[in-house]
Design a protein around this ligand. Structure first.
Ligand code: PEP
Ligand code: MG
Length: 333
């Protein structure tokens, strides 16, 4: 009824006036971005790029990864550039004036090349930053697509605020090398177009080693975003794809686990890694921005923890944005 709707609107307004946590959304299509905006998202905290490479672009991805010659790979990357630029242009338009954190490709290979990968543990394999470092031209293609989208939106009179995020980092060296490539391409496109492209570069923190070496990693990162899905998986050694496993439900039945750590943040273990990374990252780099973009970003109990740990933002599914706003407000009170 109208009175319920206006009561909710008042509660949200009140929550927004007191909360300290910013609330962003995870979105990778213009439709989701627009929906998130209607729900009050203050930007996109995670724009995954994996789905953009499925469907009709999938054969090109296979060619890019498995190419026998540099020329063959370059051809596949060339064909991917324009559609990727259009993807980003559309998302930046839907989020005009608000930050959009674009994550470099992080495809577990069993999802992309089910018949071609020889990895026994693809979730611990050639993913994320590792793929970017071994497939020549992949990072450059994606960064060029981001940069050209920023140029297109700027020329159209928009206010594009793209950020680039590197997934699955475990050592500062991975980030340093990737970042050099990112800066090189941004400078190249700036030079070609005359449009000054400013794109903060940050990293996901989703492996225990990254959290434990946060002070070093912060020297190369303008922001940290906790990928608590992978961080939970790798801290516990539980497969995030096998939560139906027999032992998992038995653990819940027997009370070994009070709740699934994939749903409610495990404060003692994963939460401790988050605190270490926030505190040590900020000590090494004052003003370092920190957020969370795993599923926990939309879970009320976890949001209270992130507030207490001093994070700057949570990012969650568009439909959870209103709940996250309310919960962030309650946490602040
Ligand atoms: C995460 O690991 O928490 C995350 C947000 O990345 P993805 O779920 O895409 O692995
Ligand atoms: Mg992840």
């Amino acid at each position: 009824s109208d009175s319920v709707v206006s009561a909710v609107a008042r509660a949200l307004e009140h929550a927004d006036s007191v909360r300290r946590l910013e609330v962003r959304a995870n979105a990778d299509t213009p439709q989701d971005a627009a929906r998130a905006r209607r729900f009050g998202a203050q930007g996109i905290g995670l724009c995954r790029t994996e789905h953009m490479f499925l469907g009709e672009r999938r054969p090109l991805v296979e060619r890019m990864i498995l190419a026998r010659t540099d020329a063959d790979r370059a051809h596949a990357l060339d064909a991917l550039l324009a559609p990727q630029r259009d993807d980003f242009t559309a998302v930046l338009e839907a989020m005009d004036g608000l930050p959009v954190t674009i994550r470099l490709l992080d495809p577990p290979l069993h999802e992309f090349l089910p018949d071609r990968t020889h990895e026994v543990n693809p979730m611990l394999g050639l993913r994320g930053v590792r793929l970017g470092l071994v497939v020549p031209g992949l990072v450059a293609m994606q960064v060029r697509a981001v940069a050209e989208a920023v140029v297109a939106r700027t020329r159209a009179g928009g206010d594009p605020r793209a950020e680039i995020m590197v997934p699955l980092v475990s050592t500062v060296e991975e980030l340093r090398l990737t970042r050099e490539e990112v800066e090189r391409v941004l400078a190249e496109v700036t030079e070609e177009t005359g449009v000054d492209i400013h794109c903060p570069v940050g990293t996901m923190i989703e492996l225990p080693r990254a959290a434990l070496t946060a002070a070093r990693i912060a020297t190369e990162a303008e922001f940290f975003s906790f990928g608590t899905n992978d961080l939970t998986q790798t801290t516990w050694g539980f497969s995030r794809d096998d939560v139906e496993a027999e032992f998992f439900s038995a653990y819940l039945d027997k009370g070994v686990l009070a709740a699934s750590p994939f749903e409610t943040l495990d404060r003692e273990g994963v939460g401790r890694l988050v605190r270490i990374a926030v505190d040590e990252g900020r000590a090494a780099r004052p003003g370092l921005r920190t957020g969370v973009c795993g599923e926990h970003g939309g879970d009320p109990e976890s949001i209270r923890f992130f507030h207490a740990a001093g994070l700057d933002y949570v990012s969650c599914s568009p439909y959870r944005v209103p709940v996250a706003r309310l919960e962030a407000g309650r946490a602040a009170l």
